[in-house]
Design a protein around this ligand. Structure first.
Ligand code: FES
Ligand SMILES: [Fe+2]
Length: 323
């Protein structure tokens, strides 16, 4: 297996921004796998997404205005709406349709999925997570690293000792979930010398942390049980460069959504503590993956091999004609 088997833009859900960053009537644009998109929030608060170029003469819809039924193109004033099975308006010369993308808000993040051949919405990321039973906090940061190296890091057993001063107990277990995600279940023990965050974890855990990491495309959901404390951390990665950019020059926008159950005592305090611990943990990872040129051939780590094999099964985003 080589790093080439791991697609730079797999066909999957991507978190593109924090939910509260996109206000009513605003448009956000970007590209995934060479396909340009616009996402907008209508005046009633619903999210929509579609190809970015106006079907009339190709103006970028970023410069348009959100109307009741779509985006009014800035160049000649035609209304362009996502073409979904349930679209209501008729196709007239100045009421146009663009290929729709899938777009949902979950866990305080906006998730986008490129169009698929059969038009059926793919399973949502981490669908079984009881979003409404949890309270959430969020963070975002741009990292000078290839997103693949960051996902790989989340399954790398050997680095747990060198980077996080944790010892893995026993063998991790791997399960491929029906929604096309890979889960790794394992346990760790905190070793001394990990700084303040390790000392806190050692106190809270009583020596043993039970973890599961679930990877869905370019996002990982971490469930951790530290003594009596249960936390959830979703870490979603948005690649920033074209696939021909050398890995060590790539950047990634990282989004974190961290949660604890609503019903626990001092929920807000627990959430604050969980946030501090997760972000301290991640900072150690960022330090070692920045500017990395990932190699997978000959690597024997059981977690790295499992995640690389899983990622190699994901197809690349279909190249469209919109760019
Ligand atoms: S290019 Fe959009 S209406 Fe003409
Ligand atoms: Fe790590």
């Amino acid at each position: 297996m080589t790093s080439e088997d791991w697609k730079h833009y797999p066909q999957t859900w991507y978190a593109i921004t924090l939910d509260n960053y996109l206000k009513k009537g605003n448009i956000l644009s970007g590209q995934l796998g060479g396909l340009a998109y616009v996402v907008y929030r209508d005046h009633a608060g619903s999210l929509h997404a579609m190809d970015a170029f106006c079907p009339h003469m190709g103006a970028h819809l970023q410069s348009g205005k959100v109307s009741e039924s779509g985006i009014v193109c800035g160049l000649h004033g035609c209304t362009v709406e996502p073409d979904r099975p349930l679209s209501s308006s008729t196709h007239t010369p100045c009421n146009l349709k663009n290929r729709a993308w899938f777009c949902v808000a979950r866990f305080g993040l906006i998730w986008l999925h490129p169009p698929v051949a059969d038009g059926v919405m793919p399973p949502l990321p981490f669908a079984s997570l009881p979003e409404n039973n949890l309270i959430w906090t969020h963070a975002t940061r741009r990292i000078h690293a290839d997103w693949r190296a960051m996902i790989c890091n989340g399954f790398d057993i050997a680095h747990m000792k060198t980077v996080h001063q944790r010892e893995v107990i026993g063998e991790p277990q791997f399960t491929v979930l029906p929604e096309n995600a890979l889960r790794m279940d394992y346990q760790t023990r905190v070793l001394p010398k990990g700084g303040w965050s390790s000392r806190v974890m050692q106190k809270l855990s009583g020596g043993r942390i039970v973890l599961s990491h679930t990877c869905c495309g370019s996002a990982i959901c971490v469930n951790s049980q530290v003594g009596a404390f249960n936390t959830v951390g979703i870490f979603a990665l948005l690649p920033q460069n074209s696939p021909d950019t050398p890995p060590e020059l790539r950047h990634t926008q990282a989004f974190a959504a961290i949660a604890v159950p609503k019903t626990v005592k001092w929920a807000k305090l627990q959430l604050y503590l969980a946030r501090c611990l997760y972000l301290a943990f991640l900072r150690k990872d960022f330090d070692v993956v920045e500017k990395m040129r990932m190699r997978l051939d000959g690597v024997n780590d059981v977690g790295v091999r499992a995640i690389a094999a899983f990622q190699a099964t994901l197809p690349e985003i279909d190249g469209g004609t919109s760019i």
